[in-house]
Structure formats: C-alpha cells, structure tokens
Design a protein around this ligand. Structure first.
Ligand code: COI
Length: 355
C-alpha cells in the first residue's frame, strides 16, 4: 500500500481586517474573510494547496476561462452554535457535486483532501468571522476555473481551484418574493449543463432576470425549453409547490440542479408525514390549482436562500397571489435550520463539526 502524506502551505495574515466590518450591515457576498485557499493544476496534477491572505489572482489575458467560461463552483455554509462550535452542513455532497460539475466541463476532479481538509483549515483560521445566531453564517464559495493562457477552443491544461468565504445574513432582505414564469428565455436544455453549477448557467440568467426585475419580479421560474410549460427551477433555487397537502417538486435531471437543500427538504418533509411527489409540474396545473384554491404555498430552496416563500407568480401578463399563511415552508425551514445550527438531534448525520 502506498501511503501519501498530504501537505498544505499556510501563510496567515499579519493583521485581521475583521474590525473594519459591520456585521449588522452585510450585503450578501460582498465582504470576504482574511484568508483564501488556492491550489494549482499544472503538469497533469493538482499541486500542494496553499492557504494565504485573501488577495487578487494574477491572470494572463489569454486565460481560457475569460474566453470560454470553463468554470464551475459550489455554494455551502458554516454555522456557529450557541457554544461557539462551528459546523458544516453535508459538505461531502458539495464536494461530489463540484466534481460532477467539473467532469461535465472537462475540468480535472479536485482531490477530496484539497477540498475538505483545505476547507476545514480555512474555516479554522477564519472562525471569528462566523457569528452565532440564527440567520448568521459563513457562505463558502469553492470554485475552479481554466487558467491556461490559450485561446484555442479546447479544454485547458491548467486550472486554479480556490475557496473564499463571506460572512452573510439573508440573501433577500424583503422576506417573500414575486416571480415571473419564463415564456421566452430558457435556462437549460436536454443534454446541456443545467444540472452543473457551471458559471455560465448563472451569467445566462442575468439579462432575462434584470428585465423581469424592471417589472417588479425578483426571480424567474424557468420552464422547459421545448414548451415553456413545465416548471423547473427558480434563479438560484429549486422550487416546491404545496397543492392540497402534497409537496410537489420537479425531478432532478440533466437540466435541473441536484440541490442539497432540496434533497434535505424532501427528507425532512417525509419525516414529518408530508407526502412529497417528485414529478413534472406544469404551469397549467399550477394555475388550475390556484383557481380551485388548493395551491397553498410555493417556496424556493437553496444554500444561499435556505427556504424562501414566494408571494406571487406571474404568467402571460396575469399575476397569481398566494396566501401569506405559509406553515409548511416555515416548519421545514425551522427543522433544517435547527439541524444546521446544532439546535436539534441530527439523525441523518448531516452536520460535520469543524471546531
Ligand atoms: C447557492 O445557493 O449556493 C447558490 O448557488 C446561489 C448563488 C448563485 C448565490
């Protein structure tokens, strides 16, 4: 048996910038911690990872990612409980999903040690940036991109994997959101990269979303590209519909992100005796359910948003408002958050202690 001793280079900051941060006034994803992890892929292998002070990359203008968008990322969070212990939520799921995304984008897989041990060491160094209290967390952004200086339209031979961290509160400040159901633009196609956390999946949403925002919608519910009939995913979230007493959500596919919050919500809902159906759901069915008064709730789920209730949806120029009575979304959110913040028993072994 070959024993491989892993190494990591660590350079700590001289002076933390934490005292210049107002933790009550955080805008999601705009403030970053003192350190970052960087690991280079060169000569066909991942090099020794480094943790160093947060700083810019130096990139050649021909870096492949700038031309062809060969980049994937993850989103995950760390939480601090009332005793000051720090926890990750299902980090192995993020690790495996990053590599599924990487494979689809012809990016070399990241070694488990670099991702998981690197992440834990990084969080250890930046632990003061995680504030206790429900709603406070550390948003963690692992990402990998093609750094080779080449405008040849082919997969690069050099990559950079990095992890940066941002202390955050909620993603949206306003509570419930209004969404537009897509009739013209599409997010993903069969056989495409919709399931992956490919950077370009998000870039392609910016224009249609900003057009929708001009009309008062915060997000778009994406529909299938062929018919614009089936409801798939909403911006940065998977989406759930409560019709009568059943929770319905689209099945994951090569078009839909295999959300870790999504699958956690499904498990929690079933454990509470709620019937969950993973099946295609159409806008026609949704509007009919609304008309009959049996569409009780709609909510999105995702790492950044956690569980986000939807106040109204709009389709073909008509708006459909939902009740503000949202017991299922609230109950599932609380059950999830209680596990994340070590406030309840974790029968699924989803929590992993960091410190
Ligand atoms: C996440 O929930 O982690 C996401 O990927 C959302 C992000 C694009 C802000």
């Amino acid at each position: 048996m070959v024993f491989i001793a892993y190494a990591m280079h660590i350079q700590e900051i001289q002076k933390s910038k934490i005292h210049s941060v107002d933790f009550d006034q955080l805008t999601f994803g705009k403030t970053f911690t003192d350190h970052m992890l960087v690991c280079y892929f060169r000569n066909g292998e991942w090099q020794t990872p480094e943790i160093k002070p947060y700083q810019p990359f130096t990139l050649d203008p021909a870096s492949s990612v700038l031309h062809y968008g060969q980049a994937v990322f993850e989103g995950m969070k760390a939480f601090k409980d009332e005793n000051g212990q720090v926890w990750l939520f299902r980090p192995n799921e993020n690790y495996h999903r990053l590599n599924r995304s990487a494979k689809r984008l012809q990016i070399p897989e990241i070694p488990e040690f670099v991702f998981l041990e690197g992440l834990k060491k990084l969080i250890y160094l930046d632990q003061e940036w995680i504030k206790p209290g429900i709603g406070n967390s550390l948003y963690i952004r692992p990402f990998v991109f093609a750094s080779q200086a080449s405008v040849q339209a082919s997969a690069a031979t050099e990559y950079i994997f990095s992890i940066i961290c941002a202390p955050v509160k909620s993603y949206y400040t306003g509570g419930q959101i209004n969404v537009l159901v897509a009739e013209q633009y599409s997010r993903a196609a069969n056989g495409g990269v919709g399931f992956a956390k490919a950077a370009g999946n998000y870039a392609a949403q910016f224009y249609p979303t900003s057009e929708a925002q001009k009309n008062g919608f915060q997000q778009i519910i994406w529909t299938d590209a062929d018919t614009h009939e089936f409801l798939e995913e909403a911006g940065t979230m998977n989406i759930f519909f409560k019709i009568n007493e059943t929770l319905v959500t689209s099945p994951v596919s090569d078009r839909i992100l295999d959300g870790i919050t999504r699958k956690s919500i499904i498990t929690l809902a079933k454990s509470k005796g709620i019937k969950v159906e993973e099946r295609p759901i159409s806008i026609t069915e949704l509007k009919e359910a609304h008309q009959k008064g049996i569409l009780k709730e709609i909510f999105g789920s995702g790492t950044a948003v956690v569980v986000l209730p939807i106040h109204s949806f709009s389709h073909q120029g008509k708006s459909f408002t939902l009740s503000s009575d949202i017991p299922t979304a609230l109950m599932l959110k609380e059950a999830l958050v209680d596990i994340q913040y070590n406030r309840s028993e974790d029968i699924y072994n989803w929590r992993q202690i960091v410190i």
